[in-house]
Design a protein around this ligand. Structure first.
Ligand code: MLT
Ligand code: MN
Ligand code: ZN
Length: 305
């Protein structure tokens, strides 16, 4: 299996167009201490030729240009055969709009996310070319690409643009079809893409036990990071995400689980672990985690014996 990180940042990317936090400032200045990043997306392939893209971000066009594996190989062609959107956020579906140039592919999503990406401007996707496959929780889908993929519940919430104006009505940590993790399986080996996970559960820990690679929600380092930096009034939990650090953070919650490679993805521009020389980066690496970056490639033939 091949995995290609097309984008490693959370919604907004790094630098974000309207942000001058320390990380964004350094990224605008092209500092060697931090890499610029596009919004989180993972490309997966069993044969190195045909690819499925997990999360279609607004950066998708640039991500395809930046990755030769995804370039067309003939007059009208694309190695991108399928897209799976694990949630209905803008950073997971807006990329479909840059795939509107009459190319066949299959779009996979749960019913709730499919509804987010249907109608209105999404009607631009030609129904005769773009097959829409609605998938059910816990039902493995044979992608036809040499691997199966199964969506499973991760605590989260409905997309931001569908949130009620009444804060009390917003269900945080909701477990349903709006936010899912994706289990990729081939030959009994399991890989996971989980860009949004608001908290850890026993069921998730059991599922991840024995995984080869987990690409996991690395939105913030601390839960209240964006509040402390004066960037937002929201905690990671309020945004449907989990912090890396702390008692309820991902590093601690997954510490005892057998995972061969644990990789943070969907990392917000405010996260100090993005800085290559920060104490937070050292702490993450000491805990056995990797900070993904755009263009990071993992070929399991190299890492599995
Ligand atoms: C998130 O992951 O919280 C979303 O990307 C928010 C958004 O849609 O801006
Ligand atoms: Mn996001
Ligand atoms: Zn910023």
């Amino acid at each position: 299996m091949r995995f290609l990180v097309l984008g490693s940042a959370a919604g907004g990317g790094l630098p974000q167009w309207n942000c001058l936090c320390e990380n964004c400032r350094l990224a605008y200045a092209n500092s060697p201490r931090i890499k610029r990043r596009t919004q989180a997306s993972l490309a997966v392939s069993a044969n190195g030729e045909d690819w499925m893209i997990l999360s279609a971000t607004p950066d998708l066009r640039q991500q395809i240009i930046d990755n030769p594996a995804l370039h067309p190989k003939s007059l009208r062609h694309s190695p991108v055969k399928a897209v799976f959107a694990p949630n209905g956020d803008i950073d997971n579906i807006a990329g479909l709009l840059v795939m509107r140039e009459m190319q066949p592919f299959t779009f996979f999503a749960t019913e709730a996310v499919m509804a987010c990406a249907s109608g209105g401007v999404f009607g631009v996707l030609n129904a005769e070319l773009v097959a829409r496959s609605t998938v059910k929780l816990e039902e493995p889908v044979d992608t036809g690409l040499g691997f199966a993929i199964t969506p499973f519940v991760t605590p989260g919430k409905a997309p931001l643009y569908t949130e009620s104006a009444n804060e009390a009505e917003i269900e945080l940590g909701a477990e349903g079809e709006y936010t899912v993790g994706l289990e990729i399986e081939r030959g009994g080996r399991r890989f996971y893409y989980m860009p949004s996970c608001a908290r850890m559960t026993d069921a998730l820990r059991e599922r991840l036990d024995g995984a080869e690679i987990v690409f996991f929600d690395g939105t913030t380092f601390e839960d209240d990071e964006m509040i402390r930096l004066g960037l937002s009034r929201k905690t990671a939990w309020r945004m449907g995400h989990m912090a890396m650090n702390g008692i309820k953070g991902s590093m601690r919650e997954l510490a005892g689980v057998a995972i061969r490679r644990r990789v943070f993805i969907h990392i917000n521009n405010s996260n100090p672990a993005l800085l290559c020389d920060s104490p937070e980066r050292a702490q993450v690496e000491a805990a056995g985690w990797e900070i993904s970056f755009d263009g990071m490639a993992i070929d399991t033939a190299e890492v599995l014996v």
